[in-house]
Design a protein around this ligand. Structure first.
Ligand SMILES: Nc1nc2c(ncn2[C@@H]2O[C@H](COP(=O)(O)OP(=O)(O)OP(=O)(O)O)[C@@H](O)[C@H]2O)c(=O)[nH]1
Ligand SMILES: [Mg+2]
Length: 235
């Protein structure tokens, strides 16, 4: 059975066929490799979708939620845990159709300064030069909103978003920690922050997300599935 035909988890009931297809695809994610430098990443033509954001924003947790695996990506209470670029393969085992990249978080205060600068450089280079980068999922703690480092990251990647080469989805994590009213406010502020970029670029989105409550999980899966399968008719 290939990943694309695998049944989705019974923990996500009442989903549309499109969401079901996307979740089944995400469920097939498996660890591929880890890299501490860009030149260790596999070259190739498969589209790659990067999960980026501040340390502790919830990147690894979102990947685990998408894959419906507890420990596929290493999530932790200790910020700065993800120190390398971890790559996951998607699609059928014998012919993968995309990669996900879990990138190290930025902005973690107690990481030594030189290590921090080195990583920020790796991140900036990755976003600028990774040829097969097809999309960026920017994870932002919904209680904090976009911080200066998030805005800097957006500036790094904006030129490629404007040309349509790279899609962008901002995911407001930990929505379970907000009331409905606070969720709506966080969404509105994030939409406003992305408004300028969205007028120039076709593919910029934002959604609320919670891993434990599975808020936005189907929408996130569908968005990334759609990036990987631009020619597919609606599933
Ligand atoms: N309540 C709640 N907690 C979350 C959510 N997403 C992540 N967390 C928690 O936030 C903490 C950090 O999550 P990670 O997924 O490790 O964060 P990360 O962005 O990968 O962090 P780095 O690897 O340090 O860059 C963990 O304790 C998670 O359990 C969420 O949607 N809701
Ligand atoms: Mg992580």
């Amino acid at each position: 059975m290939t990943a694309s035909t695998r049944a989705p988890s019974a923990t996500v009931p009442n989903v549309s066929p499109a969401t079901r297809t996307a979740l089944a695809w995400a469920h097939g994610a498996r660890f591929l490799t880890t890299a501490s430098q860009l030149d260790q990443l596999p070259a190739g033509d498969l589209p790659e979708f990067a999960f980026v954001g501040r340390s502790n924003a919830g990147k690894s947790t979102a990947i685990n939620a998408l894959a419906q695996r507890r420990q596929l990506a290493f999530a932790s209470k200790t910020p700065g845990r993800t120190q390398h670029i971890n790559l996951f393969a998607l699609g059928p085992k014998d012919s993968p159709d995309a990669y996900w990249a879990d990138l190290p978080g930025y902005g973690y205060a107690t990481v030594e300064r030189t290590a921090k600068l080195r990583w920020q450089q790796v991140m900036a280079d990755y976003l600028k030069v990774r040829r097969n980068l097809g999309g960026v999922v920017l994870l932002v703690d919904s209680r904090l909103g976009f911080t200066p480092l998030d805005r800097q990251l957006l500036e790094f990647v904006a030129p490629r978003v404007v040309t349509g080469e790279v899609k962008l989805l901002a995911v407001l994590t930990k929505a379970d920690k907000l009331s409905k009213k606070e969720q709506a406010a966080a969404l509105a502020v994030a939409q406003e922050s992305l408004a300028d970029l969205a007028t120039e670029a076709a593919d910029v989105g934002v959604l609320l997300f919670s891993a434990p409550k599975q808020i936005g999980l189907g929408d996130l899966a569908e968005a990334v599935w759609g990036w990987a399968h631009p020619d597919a008719l609606q599933p």
